[in-house]
Design a protein around this ligand. Structure first.
Ligand code: ZN
Length: 171
């Protein structure tokens, strides 16, 4: 966990056991590698496709009104039929962690980065990245919004969240 401060120190990298990063590698030397794309199952195909078009969807039960993600064939509460509802994209950080070690591309190019569980205004909780701010500024209860949609493939995109403008720093 000492990686965060050390990574910002401007000195020559030292080879360490377990450090997979080639010493000669500099940013931009190789083309950026895209985030792995999911192969959507039929229930979730529309969910992933919508994010590829910059829209975040949740499922709404036409019988009891329950909103849910991950996509299912039926309502998890009453097993009623579900329809797609466009989400506002706003939510609150329920929990998060700062990833400081990941040897796989493209993730290792992003460290440190934030993986968060965000409670959407509509109710469902999703796992995402909080971007566009210092990882140290993220906190539980922070208001965030899906502002960035990365296209992963012809059939899938992913929603990334940023703090809403004017978010308050802790302390
Ligand atoms: Zn229901």
């Amino acid at each position: 966990m000492s990686a965060s401060k050390a990574s910002k120190t401007p000195q020559a990298p030292q080879a360490r056991p377990g450090d997979m990063r080639p010493l000669a590698e500099v940013p931009g030397e190789r083309p950026p590698k895209p985030r792995p794309a999911p192969v959507p199952d039929p229930e979730a195909a529309q969910y992933w496709a919508a994010m590829g078009e910059g829209r975040l969807l949740v499922q709404g039960c036409t019988r009891c009104g329950n909103r849910q993600l991950y996509p299912r064939q039926h309502c998890l509460t009453c097993r009623g039929p579900v329809e797609w509802v466009e989400a506002s994209g706003r939510g609150t950080v329920y929990s998060y962690t700062v990833i400081r070690q990941n040897h796989q591309r493209p993730f290792r190019d992003w460290i440190p980065y934030v993986v968060a569980l965000v409670d959407l205004e509509e109710g469902p909780r999703i796992m995402t990245n909080v971007v566009g701010c210092d990882p140290e500024d993220v906190y539980v209860g922070m208001t965030v919004e899906a502002t960035r949609f990365d296209v992963l493939s012809d059939e899938a995109g992913i929603a990334l969240f940023e703090p809403v403008p004017g978010f308050e720093h802790r302390g």
